[in-house]
Design a protein around this ligand. Structure first.
Ligand SMILES: Nc1ncnc2c1ncn2[C@@H]1O[C@H](COP(=O)(O)OP(=O)(O)OP(=O)(O)O)[C@@H](O)[C@H]1O
Length: 656
């Protein structure tokens, strides 16, 4: 938990140094923990002057914004320095002897490639780089020739039920079978899970045992979705699944923390370089949510004979903690689609007989000096699930094209005009009561138009027999379909456009619509967990419906392994209403219709492209934005920027 630093605490921490404390506290994202570390240092360092102090405060700010380091030539730093009359230039700052600043005999900072690091982040970055290199160049597991893969690949493609497998999907499967380390990035519905399934099936055909495979994701909910997706894929997308497919459906994905054996009390992990994981294939999903420290630990625990496949969407929100590992590992836009001559030759052999072979080969360009990751990444871009207008609009957001997007958005002025399909923009002109009326109408429309599936089924479930939940599959199925219809996704928790307030207002309306008495919770309330409970198999972000059971007790019912499970509300982790949730919480979920209200301050720090992109791409059918034009433009134009030294994997000689 971070405590916001005040001007007063800054002055107290650095009494000998004249600082524009008010400006610093207002503009920088500082925390007390890091500040105390600097205070301890300043007591020991003779050479620390005002410039050092300000640069280190800016370093803390950058770390708290998710960067691993401070780029000493960064334009924003230069603008900030000139605003504060900070003496010197980047050349002077680079010439400071940063190694001289140590605490208890340990150097605290590292300067590398014009970037200033706290040592722990530099070490993490170095170790991650070394481990990924090791997994690529020192792989000791089974490798397959292109000829060998050719037979398996055509069998795999022939077993997919789709009318057309996209060229990039085929390329991704081929690359994952060929390479010991590969990454697939793509937006929602572009087929990452489908590819993963084909790759796992291919590896089984090539001789890997199902029990040598491990699946992991950063959160329990994402891990659950991964296992469910495999079961669903085998059932629906594969022609004539056989026994090994059946075995694959039994693979249970786990959280990365659990896989690594995180120690609850002593901290640290059981698995690392000295005690590697035993799996020979590791697939990690939702990698955009994994921070540098966890990724470093995970890669260090992967044995030399293990294949690694990373899946995620590089354009989604980066991890809560420091780093943007997935996007750092992906190629910059200008080198997407580049590969080595060797890969091109291999692809020609692997794809022999495949009707898409020419399209794939012609979409690639050879580079003279391939780097470590050049031949190991595939970007998927055709969504097989998302409504085309939403896909096109989210692409404009991703590219930061605010004018093009605002031109594309149909402007509406009332709730009845919100579309059943596609996009709409309601410019923010409503007063508080009108705004509440708007979103109650919006939510009410979906719940009321499905009354028979929601209100009527709640009557069926009133006083349900808690030990025989399987008897209510139909009623619960109908209810969860309605719950998945609509969600308000917010940037913030507080204010009239924040999840907390909106949930209160919606709960009040729901209670009265359902005719429920006053009280803390009610029969039919839709709720979301805010913590994990591994024993119950319940995870942060899981959504449940509260129902009164035959015992009179309120119970929460969750979808679980194709059926449902119920728990007394008294044993649940902390939970909240789920009609509105922050975009951060919605990661990995999908809804038919999404309403996104923007904070009215365009300069709000959460107003950024990645949040808007992540929120919009949660919607399958319609997105309605409630925003001032200036806020909408600000969000699209502000890109999250996290500095690290990891982005040199494609062209190390390129200067930033
Ligand atoms: N080539 C294809 N043709 C038709 N449908 C496809 C194709 N590829 C995948 N699908 C279907 O599209 C849907 C989305 O695919 P999948 O779940 O693999 O995407 P994803 O990228 O993993 O999505 P998410 O990020 O939301 O988990 C699935 O229902 C899948 O069956």
């Amino acid at each position: 938990m971070q405590f916001k630093v005040t001007a007063q605490s800054l002055q107290k921490t650095f009494p000998g140094i004249t600082l524009p404390a008010e400006a610093l506290a207002a503009e920088l994202n500082l925390d007390l923990g890091h500040l105390q570390l600097l205070r301890d240092g300043f007591n020991e360092w003779d050479a620390a002057d005002e410039t050092v102090c300000l640069l280190l405060l800016y370093l803390i700010h950058e770390i708290n914004q998710g960067s691993l380091c401070l780029h000493l030539r960064d334009e924003r730093l230069l603008a900030f320095a000139s605003q504060l009359d900070l003496p010197g230039s980047p050349e002077d700052w680079l010439a400071i002897d940063w190694h001289a600043f140590s605490l208890s005999g340990h150097a605290m900072f590292v300067l590398a490639n014009d970037c200033l690091y706290l040592r722990k982040y530099h070490n993490a970055e170095q170790q991650l780089t070394a481990d990924i290199s090791r997994l690529i160049t020192g792989f000791t597991g089974s490798a397959f020739t292109a000829e060998h893969i050719n037979g398996v690949l055509s069998e795999l493609l022939g077993q997919l039920k789709f009318e057309r497998v996209e060229p990039k999907q085929i390329q991704a499967i081929a690359i994952c079978l060929l390479q010991s380390f590969s990454i697939i990035s793509g937006g929602p519905g572009t087929g990452k899970t489908t590819i993963m399934l084909s790759v796992l099936r291919g590896l089984v055909k090539l001789g890997y045992a199902v029990d040598s495979m491990a699946l992991a994701a950063p959160t329990g909910r994402a891990a659950n979705r991964m296992s469910e997706a495999i079961r669903h894929g085998i059932q629906h997308d594969i022609r004539d699944p056989d026994e090994t497919d059946q075995a694959l459906t039994e693979l249970e994905a786990t959280t990365i923390h659990r896989l690594l054996g995180a120690r609850a009390t002593r901290g640290g992990f059981q698995h690392g370089s000295d005690n590697p994981l035993r799996c020979q294939v590791l697939v990690v999903d939702e990698v955009s949510m994994v921070d540098i420290m966890l990724m470093k630990q995970l890669m260090s625990a992967v044995a030399d004979d293990c294949r690694v496949i990373l899946l995620g969407d590089q354009f989604q929100l980066p991890s809560v903690n420091a780093g943007a590992v997935l996007s750092d590992l992906m190629p910059p836009q200008e080198v997407v689609g580049y590969c080595s001559e060797q890969l091109l030759e291999d692809l020609q052999v692997m794809l022999a007989g495949c009707p898409e072979a020419d399209a794939i080969v012609h979409s690639l360009q050879c580079v003279n000096k391939p780097q470590l990751l050049t031949d190991r990444v595939t970007v998927l871009s055709v969504s097989k699930r998302c409504q085309p207008e939403i896909a096109a609009a989210s692409e404009l957001v991703r590219q930061g094209r605010s004018s093009a997007l605002t031109r594309l958005l149909p402007v509406i002025d009332e709730v009845h005009a919100t579309p059943d399909s596609g996009l709409a923009w309601l410019p923010e002109t409503l007063n508080v009561d009108q705004w509440r009326g708007f979103y109650l109408n919006w939510i009410g429309r979906y719940y009321q138009s499905h009354q028979g599936n929601f209100k009527a089924q709640l009557d069926v479930l009133e006083g349900f027999a808690e030990t025989q939940i399987q008897l209510y599959d139909n009623a619960l199925g109908a209810i969860f379909k309605v719950i998945g219809q609509c969600r308000i996704l917010t940037f913030v928790n507080q204010t009239e456009v924040g999840a907390t307030r909106m949930n209160e207002v919606v709960c009040q309306w729901m209670r009265s619509w359902l005719g429920e008495p006053a009280g803390l919770w009610f029969h039919g309330a839709v709720v979301m967990m805010q913590e994990n409970n591994h024993t119950l198999g319940i995870y942060n972000g899981d959504v449940a419906i509260l129902l009164r059971a035959s015992s009179g007790q309120m119970r929460a019912v969750f979808p679980h392994s194709g059926g449902y499970q119920s728990h007394s509300v008294h044993v649940l982790p902390r939970f909240t209403a789920a009609y509105a949730m922050t975009v951060h919480k919605s990661q990995g979920s999908e809804f038919t219709h999404v309403l996104m209200p923007f904070p009215d301050r365009p300069e709000h720090r959460l107003m950024c492209r990645e949040i808007l992109y992540t929120g919009m791409t949660r919607a399958k059918q319609s997105v309605t934005l409630y925003a001032r034009g200036v806020s909408l433009r600000a969000a699209i134009e502000r890109k999250t920027r996290r500095h690290s030294g990891l982005s040199f994997w494609y062209n190390p000689s390129k200067k930033r």
